[in-house]
Each structure stands twice: as structure tokens, then as C-alpha cells.
Design a protein around this ligand. Structure first.
Ligand SMILES: [Zn+2]
Length: 348
């Protein structure tokens, strides 16, 4: 079994590259090494089905750009992007980068890959990491609230793999408001280590999840939303993974990315699954709350209880007020049911 390392472009990019490699190669195990990952498996031949599907969609897009929104895989790239004007260039570069993905990557991802290929800020490579793929982004990247020029360049492998990781390894929650757009991305990564079955489970869980909302949710609420909506009942092996969530915002020409948040998933998943088992309308409550600003405030409090064992009473008080304001009904929940719902929430 061969061993390779993600290059060390930061936790977000490395998580995406790791998921890209898991999607394309026979990865047996992934270990966390700080903000990088060590992957064990066979890296000789990439999965041709995944590559040809991407190439096919890129070919169609180059002739008919309008199909992008309905495209099954490339749509995820557009959904994640707050700066729509770069889309043609981005997808053009993805086409170029995919031509480099034919062969063996065992000798590509050695521990010194990044230095060897002179990647990074002021790097010597031809592919720029766009904002959703990293925290640094051309002239729009921002530190300490001042906009500075920081081109972060990587090789074709890093670019192709981080895109594939974005498509197959993240959930995307997009908010479009009047003056602001934001995109929150979420991925599941090992806290210590994960085996192949768990890694594929993590990808299956997030990959189809790309939603657009008209209310902006907090990072915590996005995690609760993604965990609650759709399939929840699954559990990971002996090591609890982490969920990594990060956000990009745009208002006018100003763009920024927020610090990512990481939290352990094990206990949280179990809790959400138990709540759903005891209260089958839980998903409806989450959906309903996510549709209004008042509701989003309540959802944030619920996320506090479920993700961080926060005090349940402020959330329940807010929920009760919300219920009274909304004709006594939130996704089948009524004021009368509230004590029962409280019992379920505080059971664990
Ligand atoms: Zn590279």
C-alpha cells in the first residue's frame, strides 16, 4: 500500500483535495496530520467514470453555457461561487487541469509537494485557487479588513482534485439576499482517522445537498440544517469525524471569507437521529424555521442545544413565542406539544 500526503494549502483546500483523491482512487485509510492528511491506498489509476462525466459536462457547457444550472456535477461549482463572473475562466481551467489527471499520483503527493512545485502565495504555478476552494483569492482576498493582492497558485493536480472534492465532498447552502450573497460549505473529515467505508459514507451524505435559502442562517444553524434534512440515520466507525464548515460572503464588489468552524460529529449525529426518531416532524420544524428571519433566530438557539449542549430554556421560550406569532404551528409542532418536544430535546 502506498502513502501520500495532501500538500498543506490550509485545512479547507487540503480537506477538498483529500475528498477528491478519495473519489478518484482506491483510498483505504486517511489519517489527520494537523491541517494535512496522510492517505493510504493505491493511487495508480483514477476512476475513469468520474473523470469522463466531468469532461462530458464541461464539453456541453463550452457549447451551451446555459445548461450549467441544471448540470448534475458542475452545478455544485456554480452554487458554491459568490463571484459568478469568474465561472467561465474557472471551468476553462478545470478542463485544462483534468487532462493532467490521467496517471499515477503516488510520486506527485510526496510530503514536500508544495515546496517542490513552488505553490502558494506568489507561487509559480498556473492555476489560481478560487475563493470556495480556499481562503485566499486573488486581489479580493482579505486580511484584517484590508484588501490585499494575494494570488495563491497551485498545480493542475491540486486544482482538479480540490474541485472534485468540492463537487463530491461538500454540502452547499446558499443565501441570496437583496444586497448580499453568502455561501456556506460543509464537509466531513477525520478528526484522527477514517477508513474507506466511512469516507464514502461522508461523501454520500453531503454530495447531493445543495440548497438555496432566502434567509441567512448562522454557521451552527447550517450544520443543524444539513444534518437534519434528508437522511440522518447512519453512524461512523470507532473514530468520530469532524464537520468543517466555512462561509464566503459578497456584498457589492466586496468579498470575504470567514474563519472555518470545526466540531466533532459523533454525539451530534446520534442526537439528531434520536430526536428524529422520537419526533418525526423535526425536519419540518427545521425547514419551517429556516424560511424566516424570526425562525432563523430560533433555529440558532436549537443548534446551540443540539450541537453544544446549550441551555434549552431560552430556545424553548423563543420557540413558544414564534409559535404564538405563527398561528400556533411550526411544522406540525403546536404550543400544546411543546413540553413533549422539550423533553425530547433535553433527554440526552
Ligand atoms: Zn499541487
Amino acid at each position: 500500500m502506498a502513502e501520500i500526503y495532501t500538500p498543506g494549502h490550509g485545512i479547507v483546500t487540503d480537506s477538498l483535495i483529500m475528498h477528491g483523491i478519495v473519489k478518484l482512487y482506491d483510498v483505504r485509510k486517511v489519517e489527520r496530520v494537523g491541517e494535512r492528511f496522510k492517505l493510504m491506498g493505491s493511487f495508480e489509476t483514477p476512476d475513469s467514470g468520474t473523470l469522463s462525466l466531468l469532461e462530458e459536462e464541461l464539453r456541453i457547457y463550452s457549447k451551451h453555457p446555459e445548461v450549467l444550472s441544471s448540470s448534475s456535477v458542475l452545478g455544485k461549482v456554480t452554487d458554491s461561487n459568490v463571484n459568478v463572473s469568474v465561472t467561465p475562466k474557472w471551468l476553462g481551467k478545470l478542463s485544462d487541469a483534468l487532462t493532467e489527471m490521467e496517471g499515477d499520483i503516488t510520486d506527485v503527493y510526496t510530503v514536500d509537494h508544495k515546496d517542490k512545485l513552488k505553490e502558494g502565495r506568489k507561487g509559480k504555478q498556473e492555476y489560481l485557487l478560487y475563493l470556495p476552494l480556499s481562503f485566499v483569492y486573488g486581489k479580493f482576498s482579505q486580511s484584517d479588513y484590508s484588501v490585499t493582492a494575494k494570488d495563491y497558485s497551485v498545480c493542475g493536480h491540486c486544482f482538479a482534485l480540490s474541485n472534485i472534492g468540492l463537487i463530491y465532498g461538500t454540502a452547499v447552502v446558499r443565501y441570496s439576499g437583496k444586497d448580499k450573497t453568502s455561501v456556506t460549505l460543509m464537509t466531513i473529515i477525520p478528526d484522527e482517522e477514517m477508513d474507506r467505508a466511512d469516507l464514502l459514507l461522508a461523501q454520500r451524505f453531503v454530495q447531493g445537498k445543495s440548497v438555496s435559502l432566502y434567509t441567512e442562517l448562522t454557521l451552527k444553524s447550517v450544520v443543524l440544517y444539513v444534518l437534519s434534512v434528508g437522511e440522518t440515520l447512519f453512524s461512523f466507525g470507532e473514530h468520530s469525524p469532524q464537520v468543517l464548515v466555512w462561509r464566503l460572503e459578497r456584498s457589492g464588489n466586496f468579498m470575504r471569507s470567514l474563519q472555518p468552524m470545526a466540531l466533532r460529529l459523533g454525539g451530534v449525529l446520534k442526537k439528531v437521529a434520536e430526536i428524529k426518531a422520537d419526533y418525526p416532524y423535526f425536519t419540518n420544524i427545521v425547514l419551517k424555521l429556516s424560511r424566516s428571519e424570526d425562525g432563523a433566530v430560533v433555529l440558532d438557539r436549537l443548534a446551540d442545544i443540539i450541537l453544544f449542549n446549550g441551555d434549552p430554556y431560552p430556545a424553548l421560550r423563543q420557540l413558544s413565542l414564534f409559535l404564538r406569532k405563527n398561528k400556533d404551528e411550526v411544522g406540525e409542532l403546536t404550543v400544546k406539544d411543546l413540553p413533549n418536544f422539550a423533553k425530547i430535546l433535553t433527554k440526552q
